[in-house]
Design a protein around this ligand. Sequence first.
Ligand code: CMP
Length: 136
Amino acid sequence: MSNIEQTLSIIKPDAVERNLIENIKSIFVKNNLTIKEDKKIQITKEEAAEFYKVHQSKPFYDDLCTYLSSGPIVVMILEGQNAVAHNRKLMGATDPKNAEENTIRKLYGISIDKNSVHGSDSADNAKKEISFFFKN
Ligand code: CMP
């Protein structure tokens, strides 16, 4: 059955800094996820705190917000069949050392913090995260 969805992807500062934007985008495109919108931006720590609000009770929250706001990022709307789950499969496990071979985090992630990409974890969160960065 067809289930065309959209999801939000972020290329994080560690990957932008290492010039991995095109490598990562090409993985999405080769795997049938269309990049509908994309922009390179830098957000404030306050914006990062709002974006990652679901993690506010976690011990890593403050460092996470400092990190996401520490340099340019690329935010993208990806579209395709089961895009939310498909993107998560292409990213691999949160911690690069647990990620499967050939996933983005296995190929490029440095650590659980500098794990190169973020992707929405559900269709509901995808809607919220897309509207956070792309207001129409
Ligand atoms: P991301 O998918 O962007 O969502 C939240 C981020 O928190 C996650 O990727 C990791 O980079 C970061 N993080 C840091 N420590 C942890 C942890 N112990 N468990 C999960 N995520 C963590």
